[in-house]
Design a binder for this molecule. Sequence first.
Ligand code: NAI
Ligand code: MG
Length: 513
Amino acid sequence: MKATQTSFIAMASSSSVKKRTVKPVKSRSDRDLIFGDLWEFDPAPESADPKLKERYDLFIDGKFVAPKGRKYFDSINPANEQKIARIAHGKATDVDAAYKAAKKAFDGGWGTMPGRERAKYIYRIARLLQDRAREFAVAETLDGGKPIKESRDFDVPTAAAHFFYHAGWADKLDYVAPGRKVAPLGVVGQVIPWNFPLLMLAWKIAPALAMGNCIVIKPAETTSITALKLGEILQDAGLPPGVVNIVTGFGDTGSAIMTHPTAAKVAFTGSTEVGKIIMRSIADTDKKMTMELGGKAANIVFDDAPIDQAVEGIVNGIFFNQGHVCCAGSRLLVQESVASQVLRKLENRIKVLRVGDPMDKNTDIGAINSKEQLDKITELVESGVREGAAMFQSACKLPREGYYFKPTVFSNVTMSHRIAQEEIFGPVLSAMTFRTLEEAVEKANNTAFGLSAGVWTDKGSRILKMSTELKAGVVWANTYNKFDPTSPFGGYKESGFGREGGRQGLLDYCKLV
Ligand code: NAI
Ligand code: MG
């Protein structure tokens, strides 16, 4: 907690503080008192111009084109429910046009172009994204509700990093599968969700491009804007027409992309429910598939863990991006001997999380992405109370308009509670205790999912043991939610299959010849 405390005081002195009642720090319990009081800061809104258009068309064959059905839908800002743009609703005929353009681009030379030439385009995309980083961050926050400090410091730079990393691979494809030659698959269809709109786009597009594939992709209906802005960057980068096609719309559009006969491979990130629908719909085809679906990760805190750091890690694990994270540490498993200490510190910490206007640079927790998602979180939290778990919520005031949810910690949770089993996808933590390592492993693995986990302990041997026993694609040790383009990401069980990032991610976009 020391580090946090220091940064808090630094923030207080550099911002304009209206109320400050800080007592001198004497003992550990006094330090906790500081966190009992939320200082009010003056608003610090980000002011860069997101350069939004009133209407966004489909991006097909290198051009922005109106949807054949001439239908558009509204994209709103979930922070205040105001409409910010109209987005084209692409139908099956538009998807078909996109696949035709992609096939033409693939056959026309993108797939056979030397990797070093393809790399130049991908580097250019990365640099152009860096040039427009602030504009993209603001657009992402307006359209999706995430705090500006996250879109600015995480989403946009990490998206650019994915393009840089994969540009670096494009001329080294002989090393993707040592001893074997690789070739692109052809045209791939991709559908992505709303929690990391631009970053998921980069995760999907960058490896496919590096490998020489052409793409038809659909962003989520609530967060299409940064994808279409990236379309502008693709034009500016001189990417040959048809190599990447962006078709916006709803589930019907997504379904048309996933089932199109031209798609040699489909990649999906989203709910397990829709993932299963897609798998059923293409089960009798020879399409390659990768699925990145839900999660119910456990953050596991042993009694020898550095407790203050663990508390920061738990907070980052579940409250980062409003808990709209497939690998969110939505369950806390804490060793019984330190459980009350950890919970007390956690409650003190969430009391001072700033919930509100995502455009404010001080905001920690922004807006929930949509009314539907807010309703889903609310319903699951009500079930937690009804089923007998103890709820703690921060007393923060929520804005009157927009979709917000208070950071929430449940204790006295049992494995059979819905809040311990179902993906909530919101800022809600379900805490349980354990006594032995074996019990921790059993409880952590007692879920239909297997995307990620966190382990907090001083012992390296215990970290190695846990990372072997936990059925999860990623196991973070003494940290949480760390991402890097070089590191493969993906799940076990109902969290899906296939990997994104690193050499392993490239293997999912090629065939061995
Ligand atoms: P969703 O799975 O319906 O949406 C994800 C994407 O799939 C969107 O682009 C959507 O338009 C598209 N889609 C919907 N139906 C489709 C179909 N039949 N065929 C092809 N594409 C289709 O997720 P939703 O409803 O937005 O969220 C529901 C829950 O899913 C969340 O509460 C959360 O628990 C989970 N989720 C998990 C994500 C993850 O990263 N693993 C991301 C988003 C949601
Ligand atoms: Mg929106």
